[in-house]
Design a protein around this ligand. Structure first.
Ligand code: KIV
Length: 256
């Protein structure tokens, strides 16, 4: 069974664990625990302090993905296609092929539903596995509010999810989607839903790694911080700076 089929076969049996990674060392730790590692274009705001993910370039995604690839042995590695790299099927195919070739990833993620239906079909016809992304779409959203609070939004998201499944995606990230809608979408699909701020009813969960470890100082309502790594880093750097100033580091032997 190939990697993608294997992961879809986990639906209704076990939850899918997913996190973002932007570099080799982090990826090599996550690889022990995750089913899917995403090189997310969230790196634009997390690492580069861009106002939005719209500023992330194809080259930046490729370079980070090459680093992540070196850290992964078993997890499925998915790379976000950045804004303006999949405006039509032809452009998407050219850029997705480049991402696959340069990064040796297992598939790409695209934001959107009906609008990218033909594009998704084209990638899949060309043997490029695709992960969808619905709900809050950071590459185009203007309000950054939870989705699925009114009937139109709910119907559109459900319709888009069914269309993406028809086009052949193996999973869909549901970002900031209201609980009952996330449940409905998950139950109505044979493929996987991976939630972020979209309830426990999704088939799996994804978080931005820097948020999970508390490296990102910003707090999001739906993010549980499993560690406060800023405190640990502060302690280490504070001790190092004290020892350097007191001429205690390096020691006489310059060996540890
Ligand atoms: O860019 C990203 O990190 C993402 C996740 C938040 C799903 O798309």
């Amino acid at each position: 069974m190939n990697k993608i089929k294997k992961i879809i076969s986990k639906k209704n049996k076990t939850k899918i664990v997913s996190l973002t990674a932007y570099s080799k060392n982090v990826a090599s730790i996550l690889d022990n625990y995750c089913d899917i590692i995403l090189v997310g274009d969230s790196l634009g705001s997390v690492l580069y302090n861009y106002k939005s993910t719209k500023e992330v370039t194809l080259n930046t995604m490729i370079e980070h993905s090459k680093s992540v690839r070196m850290g992964i042995k078993k997890s499925l590695m998915i790379v976000d296609m950045p804004h303006n790299t999949y405006r039509n099927p032809k452009e998407a195919l050219k850029n997705a092929k480049l991402i696959m070739k340069k990064t040796k990833c297992d598939g790409v993620k695209l934001e959107g539903g009906k609008k990218i239906y033909e594009t998704v079909k084209t990638l899949i016809k060309n043997k490029i596995p695709v992960m969808g992304h619905l709900g809050l779409l950071p590459q185009s959203d203007k309000t950054f509010k939870f989705k699925g609070k009114n009937e139109i939004e709910r119907n559109n998201i459900l319709r888009d999810a069914q269309l993406l499944e028809k086009a052949g995606v193996f999973s869909i990230v549901l970002e900031c989607v209201e609980t009952s809608l996330a449940k409905l979408v998950t139950q109505s699909l044979n493929i996987l839903t991976i939630g972020i701020g979209a309830s426990k009813y999704c088939d799996g969960q994804i978080l931005v790694f820097d948020d999970l470890i508390g490296l990102n100082p910003i707090n999001y309502r739906f993010v549980k911080k499993y560690a406060n790594i800023r405190i640990e880093i502060s302690k280490a750097v504070s001790n190092y700076s004290k020892e350097v100033r007191k001429n205690k580091f390096p020691n006489k032997n310059n060996s540890y």
